[in-house]
Design a protein. Structure first.
Length: 118
């Protein structure tokens, strides 16, 4: 499995960005996909995940501002980020989880930088 993320950049506070992550290889629509982020000097944290059936989960700090979605036909997950704040600045990583024989296998993309600054 390979993950290719794109869509990061520099945006002013209050602006929007959309991240995309395309998965290739042995990918199933039943795999969970999501986004994590890591700011300088901080631990990586879960931002948003979407699992089989379309259920989603968000970290509290982005609820109401970010929306995760997926296109199963394209094996792609998106993160629409609105009303961005400076504290959203981080490297964003997409991830995919496969369950095989009850064991979780996590795959990570290369990361894309999001900088929110005036």
């Amino acid at each position: 499995v390979q993950l290719q993320a794109s869509g990061g950049g520099l945006v002013q506070p209050g602006g929007s960005l959309r991240l995309s992550c395309a998965a290739s290889g042995s990918v199933s629509r039943f795999n969970g996909m999501g986004w994590y982020r890591q700011a300088p000097g901080k631990q990586r944290e879960m931002v948003a995940v979407i699992i089989s059936g379309g259920r989603t989960n968000y970290v509290d700090s982005v609820k109401g501002r970010f929306t995760i979605s997926r296109d199963n036909a394209k094996n792609t997950v998106y993160l629409q980020m609105n009303t961005l704040k400076p504290e959203d600045t981080a490297v964003y990583y997409c991830t995919l989880r496969q369950m095989r024989d009850g064991v979780a296998h996590d795959y990570w993309g290369q990361g894309t930088q999001v900088t929110v600054s005036s």
